[in-house]
Design a protein around this ligand. Structure first.
Ligand code: FES
Length: 163
């Protein structure tokens, strides 16, 4: 039977078959989800907050738990949309603000412009550039040099699938 899921803050609703995952709800609404890891529960790009109805979702599995631990904006109601499957009614999902980027080159392409929304790291969800900030070459250099923000997306996935 179909279940209804509400999406905030865009005030939208979507129906999904029981046991379908929240990622399909987001994709049904044409939301631009990067799915950096291909829906394997290993990145931050489908991170959402569940503001109501957590008990109507499947429980968090080990891989999801491990990934959530690295996401800097993780809260107690965080889930990965690709891993959370809908079992019941009453689920309300809040989308975190900001846009995930694939690589530093994505940011480089925006040099000279202001970030329309915060630009986020695809694994950790860390804010790389705050909304409204002018993107400059020196900012790029800082991002390249700072160990935390290095994009090692492929290495990360290889490691995680071996672990
Ligand atoms: S798409 Fe990567 S964790 Fe969901």
């Amino acid at each position: 039977m179909a279940k209804t899921v509400k999406l905030e803050p865009i005030a939208q609703e979507s129906t999904i078959a029981t046991n379908g995952n929240l990622l399909s709800v987001l994709l049904n609404k044409d939301l631009d989800v990067l799915k950096e890891c291909g829906g394997r529960g290993m990145c931050a790009t489908c991170h959402i907050y569940v503001t109501d109805g957590m008990e109507a979702l499947t429980p968090i599995n080990r891989r999801e738990q491990r990934t959530l631990e690295v996401i800097t904006s993780c809260k107690t109601n965080s889930r990965l949309a690709c891993q959370a499957r809908v079992l019941g009614e009453g689920i309300v999902v809040e989308l975190p603000p900001g846009m995930y980027v694939n690589s530093l080159q994505d940011i480089e392409a925006l040099i000279g412009r202001r970030a329309e929304q915060s630009l986020l790291h695809p694994i950790t969800g860390a804010v790389l550039v705050e909304a409204g900030k002018l993107i400059t070459r020196s900012m790029m250099r800082q991002l390249e040099e700072s160990g935390d923000n290095k994009f090692k997306v492929n290495e990360f996935f290889n490691q995680s699938s071996e672990a």
